[in-house]
Design a binder for this molecule. Structure first.
Ligand code: FAD
Length: 509
């Protein structure tokens, strides 16, 4: 006999749960899609592998009442639809915050973006003179072949400024030596800027100066939820549940079963067993590589190889509780000092005063960029907390005796890597999914292997939801500003190795 009954809006059919839509992942993309669908009366279930936290990379973690992000999350979008949705979800709990973020080097704070006068005052007269001599030398005797990021910066700024302000941080973030990163990236990112033009601009600012192209990264105000980004996604999950949807925590999707050109069901594993979910439509925000690995039956070799070719950069946050009411006024600072591994430090109290439980202490988030399985990744939590404490002390930012406690969060796949083959690899997978899993849409950052912010992830979720309700949008054409374009496919710029250029599909780092 086949048993059918209702659990909330979910229909239970003899061990199989039937919904209108299954959404994999409770990050911004998955929850936005589920919210849009549930508002319009569809029965949605969101499946999330994390035991307790929704929000994915945009979640907020708590340790002893101190809240911290996985990296600081600014809420800023050129898309009015996204800004309105944030207001709809959180209303007055969205604060407007000023931005201050500087470079910390050699015990001094340098303006970011760099301003020549501020930089030279901080460097002191002798170092400034050395930088100018170096710059003159680079102009008289430039490196002949300018193929690497290092070549490009040295030719435009001189060796000394390159070592102080460009080399260390770039290598910390990307894990690639600057003499192996393609010069294209520097040329695109730092278009039209040289030491000469920067100095001229300092004395005779042009209209808009060199800021015009940098609006998105350097805006001096942004919105931020009172209790961190996780607050936004907890509100979205609650609203989905109020609309008869379900957000099921601790359920990891381990199998996506398809036949006759359609996904038929997904299987999840949880602590004490497995569940099966059927639906008419499926939306996936799980990493594209994991999605392909879990398809049953498996796709052809070429598609598997393309998926294995997708690479990621991983990330660790060490959140230290500091026995001081103030550490520095910035939201975050960039650490250019080569003697320490920490790349960036967030000061969460300056993101929102509500992130800390008392006035007398602060919480600093030390960010380490790494690869899953490398030395940093494999360190114990205690060793990472000791490393963070020692590094803060060494650079003279915080006395080690002021560190009261710490917590560690490891974030696999924080950054989808754009190497020279990722586009081909993603295209192969997208073509296969389009042909063979017609009722599955992929959305979001790792879901589409797109190195973008929440607004992009959310817009892909909105359009996927609209498609299920009769729309006809190509979700792949949403650009990094969360704008939908029929044709344009604009990518965020990231560095790639110039030596990788010759490798075949599926290759790369
Ligand atoms: C250091 C850092 C700083 C950032 N700063 C900003 C910022 O300032 N502003 C901004 O807007 N954005 C920022 N971002 C980007 C932002 O975090 C992402 O764009 C956003 O979280 C992407 O949402 P998503 O839903 O696509 O993916 P995710 O947030 O990755 O969510 C995916 C979800 O799917 C779940 N999942 C994965 N596999 C499975 C499975 N098999 N079964 C079930 N569940 C699964 C995951 O657990 C996760 O909850 C930052 C990112 C990083 C790493």
């Amino acid at each position: 006999m086949f048993i059918t009954w209702h659990v909330g809006a979910l229909v239970w059919k003899g061990g199989i749960m039937k919904n209108d839509v299954v959404v994999i992942g409770s990050g911004p993309s998955g929850l936005t899609a589920a919210y849009e669908l549930s508002k319009n009366g569809l029965v949605v279930v969101v499946l999330e592998q994390d035991q307790e936290k929704v929000g994915g990379i945009s979640r907020t973690v708590e340790n002893k009442g101190f809240r911290f992000d996985i990296g600081g999350h600014r809420f800023f979008s050129k898309s009015k639809e996204i800004e309105d949705l944030w207001t709809e979800l959180l209303g007055e709990d969205m604060l407007v915050r000023g931005r201050l973020s500087r470079i910390f080097y050699n015990g001094k704070f340098f303006d970011y973006p760099l301003k020549p006068m501020n930089a030279f005052v901080n460097l002191g007269p002798i170092e400034t003179l050395m930088c100018i001599i170096d710059y003159g030398y680079a102009k008289l005797f430039p490196r002949k072949s300018s193929v690497s990021f290092e070549d490009w910066i040295v030719n435009n700024f001189g060796e000394r400024l390159y070592r102080t302000f460009f080399k260390t941080y770039t290598e910390k973030v990307w894990g690639i030596p600057c003499n192996e990163i393609s010069a294209d990236w520097a040329a695109q990112r730092i278009k039209g800027l040289s030491l000469g033009s920067a100095i001229r601009n300092a004395f005779h600012p042009q209209n808009g100066g060199d800021r015009s192209g940098l609006i998105k990264t350097l805006i001096d105000k942004f919105r931020y939820p009172k209790l961190g980004p996780g607050m936004m996604w907890e509100a979205a999950a609650e609203k989905i549940q109020n609309n008869n949807g379900q957000v099921r925590m601790g359920e990891k999707v381990i199998s996506i079963q398809h036949s006759d050109g359609l996904v038929k069901r997904v299987v999840t594993r949880f602590e004490s067993g497995e569940n099966i979910y059927e639906a008419d439509h499926f939306i996936s925000s799980m990493p594209l590589r994991s999605l392909v690995r879990n398809l049953k039956p498996a796709p052809p070799e070429r598609v598997l190889k393309a998926a294995e070719g997708l690479k990621y950069r991983d990330f660790i946050t060490v959140a230290l509780i500091i026995d001081k009411s103030e550490s520095f006024p910035d939201n975050w600072i960039y650490i250019h000092d080569p003697s320490v591994k920490v790349g960036r430090i967030q000061n969460f109290k300056n993101w929102s005063p509500y992130m800390v439980p008392n006035e007398a202490q602060t919480c600093l988030g030390l960010e380490y960029f790494c690869f899953e399985g490398d030395g940093l990744w494999n360190m114990s939590d205690n060793d990472l907390i000791t490393l963070g404490t020692t590094e803060l002390h060494r650079i003279g930012l915080i006395d080690k005796d002021h560190v009261a406690d710490g917590a560690v969060v490891r974030v696999p796949k924080a950054y989808p890597v754009y190497d020279d083959y990722y586009k081909d690899n993603v295209q192969i997978i997208a073509n296969y999914l389009k042909e063979n899993l017609k009722n599955l849409q992929v959305v979001g950052r790792n879901g589409m292997h797109k190195y973008n912010n929440q607004d992009h992830a959310m817009m892909t979720g909105i359009l996927a939801a609209k498609n299920i309700q009769g729309g006809s949008y190509d979700v792949w054409t949403v650009n990094s500003d969360a704008e939908y374009h029929e044709e344009v496919r604009e990518e965020r710029l990231v560095p790639s190795r110039f030596s990788d250029r010759q490798s075949p599909v599926g290759g790369g780092r």
